[in-house]
Write a protein that binds this ligand. Structure first.
Ligand code: PGA
Ligand code: ZN
Length: 420
C-alpha cells in the first residue's frame, strides 16, 4: 500500500509546549499519525529536536521549521513509498538528513514521520500496532514514579525519579494494583505531613523534603501503609539523572537540596550505600554520561546485584550501547524513540540490547503526549519493561491503560514476568 501524502502541524505536549504531529495518508485514504515527545533532562548525545528559537514566539519553543522540513523536504521522499517498508523509509529519512544527530531536518520532524508510517502500516494491515511491529507477547513490568524531582520538579529533590517496581506481581494487572495502593498511600502520607504541592512533570508527588534520605523513608512507609513489605511485593528503582548533577569542569556532583558536593568516587560510594540500605532493584544513570570511570566503579560494586540502566549514557544509540557493552558499564538500556529519531533504529537498539543479554527498558519522556506508541513497542519487542512516569496525568495513564487493552487482545497468549 503506497503513501499518497504527508502532512505535519504543531500540537502541544503535556507541559503545554509545542511539539510536532505528522499524518500519513495512504492511497486508499487510510491514515496514521505520529506524535513526538520531548525531554527536559536530555542527554547531550541525543538526536537533536529542531525548535525555532525565536524568544518572542512560543518562548522559542515552536516547531515551524521542523514542520516546514516535513512539507518541503521529507514529503517528496516519502510520497509513493510502500508504507509496509518501514526500514527503507527510515533509511531514506536518515540519508536525507545526512547528519549523525539528525540536526539538519530535526529528529522531531523525522520521528513524527517514522511513527506516522508505523501507525499507517498497522492500519493498512488491519492489525493492532503491537502486532504490526513484531511478534512479541510479553507484557511489560512497569517502573512507576512515586516522587518526582530533579529537573522535573525544580530540584525539590536531587534524585530525579523515585520509582516503584511491583516485584511481587504475578500479572501486569496486579502490578498496577500494587502501584495504585502505594501511590495513594504515599499521597495520604504527604497530606498528613502537610507538605504536598501537587505533582511533578511525570505525575509523581512534588514534595518538600529536606534531604534525599527523607524521601526513601517516606517511600518505605508508603509501601508498608499500603500493606506490602518493601523488597518483596514492592521494590524501589531510582533514576539519578546524574548528568544533571555533574559539573564537567570540576568533576564534581552537586546536590542542590542538601548543598553537598561529591567527587566521582564519593558519589559512587553514596549510591552504593543507598542501594545496600534500601530495597533498590534498579538504578538508572547513577553517574554522568562522560564519567566512564564512575560507571565502572558502580558496575563493579552493583552490576551483579541490580539492574543498572544507561539512559543519557547510551541515548538509544547503537554505537554508544556497543561501546558501553565493550567497557562493561551497565547491564540495561533505556529506550527512547526520540533520542535516536526513527522506529527502525529504536528497534535495532532493543534487539542489540537483548542479544547481549541486557535488559531494554522502553521509556516515555517527561514531556509526553496522549499517544501510546511505546506501549505497543514494548510488547511487540518483548522488551519486558516500561517506564512512563507516574500513576496520574492522562499522558501517563494512556500508556498504562493501553497495555491493559493489549493484554485483553492477547488473551491467554500474554506473558508477564516481575523480574527485572
Ligand atoms: P527526560 O527524563 O524525558 O526529561 O529526559 C526522563 C528520564 O531521564 O528518564
Ligand atoms: Zn533517565
Amino acid at each position: 500500500m503506497k503513501i499518497r501524502s504527508l502532512d505535519a502541524y504543531q500540537i502541544y505536549d503535556s507541559r503545554g509546549n509545542p511539539t510536532i504531529e505528522a499524518e500519513v495518508t495512504l492511497e486508499n485514504g487510510m491514515t496514521g499519525r505520529g506524535l513526538v515527545p520531548s525531554g527536559a533532562s536530555t542527554g547531550q548525545f541525543e538526536a537533536k529536536e529542531l525548535r525555532d528559537g525565536e524568544a518572542s514566539r512560543f518562548r522559542g519553543k515552536s516547531v515551524f521549521r521542523a514542520i516546514a522540513n516535513v512539507h518541503q523536504k521529507i514529503a517528496a521522499v516519502v510520497r509513493g513509498c510502500d508504507v509496509l517498508d518501514q526500514r527503507a523509509i527510515d533509511d531514506s529519512l536518515i540519508a536525507l538528513d545526512g547528519t549523525p544527530d539528525k540536526s539538519h531536518l530535526g529528529a522531531n520532524a523525522i520521528l513524527a514521520v517514522s511513527l506516522a508510517v508505523a501507525n499507517a502500516a498497522a492500519v493498512a494491515k488491519g492489525v493492532p500496532l503491537f502486532q504490526s511491529l513484531g511478534e512479541g507477547t510479553l507484557l511489560p513490568l512497569p517502573e512507576i514514579q512515586i516522587f518526582g524531582g530533579g529537573a522535573h520538579a525544580n530540584w525539590r529533590t536531587d534524585v530525579q525519579d523515585f520509582l516503584l517496581i511491583a516485584t511481587g506481581a504475578k500479572t501486569y494487572e496486579e502490578s498496577l494494583r500494587i502501584t495504585f495502593d502505594v501511590y495513594h498511600a504515599a499521597g495520604d502520607l504527604m497530606k498528613e505531613r502537610g507538605t504536598c504541592y501537587g505533582v511533578a512533570d511525570e505525575g509523581g508527588y512534588w514534595p518538600e523534603f529536606r534531604t534525599n534520605e527523607e524521601v526513601f523513608e517516606t517511600f518505605l512507609r508508603a509501601i508498608e501503609r499500603a500493606g506490602y513489605t518493601p523488597g518483596v511485593e514492592a521494590s524501589l528503582s531510582l533514576d539519578i539523572a546524574a548528568s544533571d548533577l555533574f559539573d564537567e569542569a570540576s568533576g564534581l556532583y552537586h546536590f542542590r537540596l542538601e548543598d553537598r558536593s561529591f567527587d566521582s568516587d564519593a558519589f559512587a560510594e553514596l549510591l552504593t550505600h543507598w542501594c545496600e540500605k534500601y530495597p533498590v532493584v534498579s538504578l538508572e544513570d547513577p553517574m554522568a554520561d562522560t564519567d566512564f570511570d564512575g560507571w565502572k566503579k558502580i558496575h563493579s560494586a552493583l552490576g551483579s546485584k541490580l539492574q543498572l540502566i544507561g539512559d543519557d549514557l547510551f541515548t538509544t544509540n547503537i554505537a554508544r550501547i556497543r561501546q558501553g557493552m565493550e567497557s562493561g558499564l551497565a547491564n540495561a538500556v533505556l529506550i527512547k524513540l526520540n533520542q535516536i529519531g526513527t522506529v527502525s533504529e529504536t528497534m535495532d537498539a532493543i534487539r542489540l540490547t537483548q542479544e547481549a543479554g541486557w535488559n531494554p527498558v522502553v521509556s516515555a519522556r517527561s514531556g509526553e503526549t496522549e499517544d501510546a506508541f511505546i506501549s505497543h513497542l514494548a510488547v511487540a519487542t518483548d522488551a519486558g519493561q516500561l517506564k512512563v512516569g507516574s500513576f496520574s496525568r492522562s499522558e501517563r495513564m494512556a500508556k498504562w491503560n493501553e497495555v491493559l487493552r493489549i493484554s485483553r487482545s492477547l488473551g491467554a497468549r500474554a506473558r508477564f514476568s516481575p523480574i527485572c
